[in-house]
Ligand binder design. Structure first.
Ligand SMILES: Cc1cc2nc3c(=O)[nH]c(=O)nc-3n(C[C@H](O)[C@H](O)[C@H](O)COP(=O)(O)OP(=O)(O)OC[C@H]3O[C@@H](n4cnc5c(N)ncnc54)[C@H](O)[C@@H]3O)c2cc1C
Length: 223
C-alpha cells in the first residue's frame, strides 16, 4: 500500500488527452458510434458494423435514419470494458473461456467532490476495508485527492455477497459517515457520480485473448 512519489491522474482526462494525440497523428475517432455487430467471414473477424442512427422507440425508421457503417480491418482490438456485448459474443463463437475459471465481478460506485477550502490534501490517497461491510462481504472504500480541490471517492462491493438485502449504494453512503471520512466532505459539494462493473476474477479467469482477426484487451479481457 506504499505508493509515495506517484501521481494521481484522472483516467477520463488522460483518455481525452490521448484522443487528441491520436487524432493529431491521423487516427480517426468516432465517439458516440457503438460497435453493434461483428463482421465474420471465413471463420475470422473482419471488422465491426456500427449501430443504425435515427431509429424510433418502436423500431420505425425516422427521416434521420442512417444505417450503421462497416468498419473493416486486418485486425480488430475489442476494448469494451467488463461484460462488453461483442466481447461476450466473441467468447462464445471462439470458445475463448474454455479451460479458464469463470469471471467474477464487483460493482464500483464513485463520486467526484469539490471540497471546502482547507479539506484538500493534494495527492492524499486513502483505502478502507471492513466496516460497513460484514465479514461475509468483500469490498472497500477508496479516496483520492487530486486537481484543484477535487476528491474522487468510491466504494467497491464484490458481487458474490450473500445478504440479499445488501444495497451497495447505501453501504457506500454509510462508509462516508465514518468520522475519519465525513469531515473531509463537510462543506463540500458533490459534482458527479457514476457506477461501473469491475472484473475481479484475476489471472485464472483470463480467457484466451486472441482469435482469428482480433484480440480482447483491457477489462474486456478481464485484465
Ligand atoms: C469505481 C472504479 C474505480 C477504479 N479505480 C481504479 C484505480 O484507482 N486505478 C486503476 O488502475 N483502475 C481503477 N479502476 C479500473 C479501471 O477503471 C479499468 O480497469 C479501466 O478503465 C479499464 O479500461 P478499458 O479501456 O479496458 O475499459 P473501460 O474503461 O471500461 O472502457 C471501455 C469503453 O468502451 C465503451 N464501449 C463498450 N462497448 C462498446 C461498443 N460496443 N462500441 C463502442 N464503445 C463501447 C464503453 O462505453 C467505455 O467507454 C476502477 C474502476 C472502477 C469502476
Amino acid at each position: 500500500m506504499s505508493n509515495k512519489g506517484n501521481y494521481v491522474v484522472s483516467l477520463s482526462n488522460l483518455c481525452k488527452w490521448l484522443g487528441q494525440q491520436a487524432e493529431s497523428l491521423g487516427v480517426e475517432i468516432y465517439p458516440g458510434f457503438p460497435a453493434h455487430q461483428l463482421i465474420l467471414e471465413d471463420g475470422a473477424v473482419k471488422g465491426v458494423i456500427t449501430g443504425d442512427l435515427g431509429v424510433a422507440k418502436d423500431g420505425r425508421h425516422k427521416d434521420s435514419f442512417t444505417p450503421g457503417m462497416e468498419l473493416r480491418a486486418k485486425y480488430t482490438l475489442f476494448a469494451e470494458g467488463a461484460r462488453g456485448s461483442l466481447s461476450k459474443q466473441l467468447g462464445e463463437i471462439f470458445a475463448l473461456h474454455k479451460g479458464c475459471q469463470p469471471q467474477k465481478f464487483g460493482i464500483g460506485l464513485k463520486e467526484l467532490w469539490e471540497l471546502a477550502p482547507g479539506q484538500h490534501r493534494k495527492g492524499l490517497v486513502l483505502h478502507g476495508m471492513g466496516w460497513p461491510l460484514d465479514n461475509e462481504t468483500g469490498g472497500g472504500l477508496f479516496l483520492y485527492h487530486w486537481g484543484d480541490n477535487l476528491c474522487s471517492v468510491g466504494f467497491v462491493v464484490h458481487l458474490n455477497y450473500k445478504n440479499p438485502w445488501l444495497d451497495p449504494f447505501a453501504e457506500f453512503q454509510r462508509a462516508k459517515t465514518h468520522p475519519a471520512i465525513a469531515k473531509i466532505f463537510a462543506g463540500g459539494k458533490r459534482i458527479g457520480y457514476g457506477a461501473r462493473v469491475i472484473t475481479e476474477g484475476g489471472y485464472q479467469s483470463v480467457p484466451q485473448l486472441s482469435f482469428p482477426g482480433g484480440a480482447l484487451i483491457g477489462c474486456a479481457a478481464g485484465l
